[in-house]
Design a protein around this ligand. Structure first.
Ligand code: NDP
Length: 328
């Protein structure tokens, strides 16, 4: 009998979906070049959708979610990877269109992997995960366009992207203003390096005046919607906003005035299809810049069995920092 391993399998039902931990064999995995013994995965907002009703992201059932993972190569038919190599995967619609990391084994294309960055363990790489990797991409884009003198605003700050963005910007010596709807997370955000806490309601109102005081030297925005529209009018002359997420909505009820009169830049961030060189650049920078004690303070550890509950919690905005899933 072939060896079995555990995975979280989501099945379609008459009404909605159900997720449970099941035994699979290697023959169940999709065809691809590299088989990885997964050590850790994480829980991102998209994972909440894919563990639950799918959110239009999952096409075929049964499905194994998990949009990122880190582990050790077990078998490879591609020259770039050999048995025993430590690897990380984020993006490429793994965990959505392809089976993902909520499994003790995964089989993926070699093009989708990057080597585990020097200085990080597989657990630390997944504490960073897609959320932290995306925060790094956002911070790099802000740097490339020039961060101005004022504090850098981070919205959705107590979430995964926000927590890592706060810690990275603080490590770069920036003043960081953290926007949160959870006042009880103020101490946590300060411990990550936030120098100012901005209550969510301060930015909740829709745009009344297209320009307000020039306050922020840059922004990593995980929220979108009315908050993004509002903060555009508060950016310093020539400052940039990296638009990462839509935790507060996909609309953008804004005016173009901040672009025209203040030269504000709105910069889109996509982590899914980033070219290989940019991925390696971002991971190397994360390993160099992110203080590991702050990363450790963001971690909540979970198992495969915990995932249906944790997936529902992240959709309700109730997860703090980064969830690391020990799949073994
Ligand atoms: P989390 O759920 O961990 O964090 C989102 C945070 O946003 C919450 O913790 C909360 O922070 C805040 N928030 C939630 N709901 C609202 C609301 N209605 N209004 C205002 N603020 C709200 O998710 P992630 O950090 O993993 O992801 C954040 C966003 O970034 C998601 O939309 C995700 O899809 C997107 N994303 C995009 C990527 C890309 O490639 N562009 C990659 C990764 C993520 P607080 O409690 O502090 O207010």
């Amino acid at each position: 009998m072939s060896e079995t391993f555990k995975a979280l399998v989501v099945e379609k039902e008459d009404q909605g979906t159900s997720a449970s931990v099941q035994d699979l064999t290697l023959a169940d995995l999709p065809e691809a070049e590299v088989t990885v013994a997964v050590e850790y995965s994480t829980v991102n907002y998209k994972d909440g959708l894919c563990i639950g009703p799918g959110g239009g992201l999952v096409r075929n059932y049964p499905h194994v979610p998990g949009i990122d993972f880190a582990g050790t190569v077990e078998a490879s038919s591609d020259d770039r990877y050999k048995t025993g190599d430590k690897v990380v995967l984020t993006g490429w619609r793994v965990g959505e269109a392809h089976w993902g990391g909520y499994s003790q084994k995964a089989r993926v294309r070699a093009d989708w992997l990057v080597p585990l960055p020097k200085g990080l363990t597989t657990r630390q790489a997944m504490a960073v995960g897609t959320a932290g990797f995306t925060a790094m991409l956002a911070v790099q884009v802000l740097e490339d366009h020039g961060i101005k003198a004022g504090p850098v605003l981070v919205t959705g700050a107590a979430g995964g992207v926000g927590s890592v963005a706060v810690a990275l910007l603080s490590a770069m010596g920036k003043q960081v203003a953290a926007v949160t709807g959870r006042p009880e997370q103020a101490e946590y955000l300060t411990s990550l390096g936030a120098t100012q806490i901005v209550p969510r309601e301060d930015l909740a109102e829709t745009v009344k005046r297209p320009l307000e005081g020039e306050t922020w030297g840059g922004c990593v925005d995980a929220v979108g919607g009315a908050m993004l529209a509002r903060l555009l009018g508060q950016m310093e002359y020539g400052a940039s906003v990296a638009a990462v997420g839509l935790a507060g909505g996909a609309s953008l009820p804004a005016t173009v005035i901040p672009f025209l009169l203040r030269g504000v830049n709105l910069l889109g961030i996509d982590s899914v299809l980033q070219p290989y060189e940019n991925r390696v650049r971002a991971w190397d920078r994360l390993a160099e810049l992110l203080p590991m004690d702050k990363l450790e303070a963001m971690i909540v550890e979970k198992t495969l069995e915990d995932l249906p509950r944790t997936g529902a919690d992240i959709l309700k905005g109730q997860v703090r920092g980064r969830v690391v899933v020990d799949v073994n």
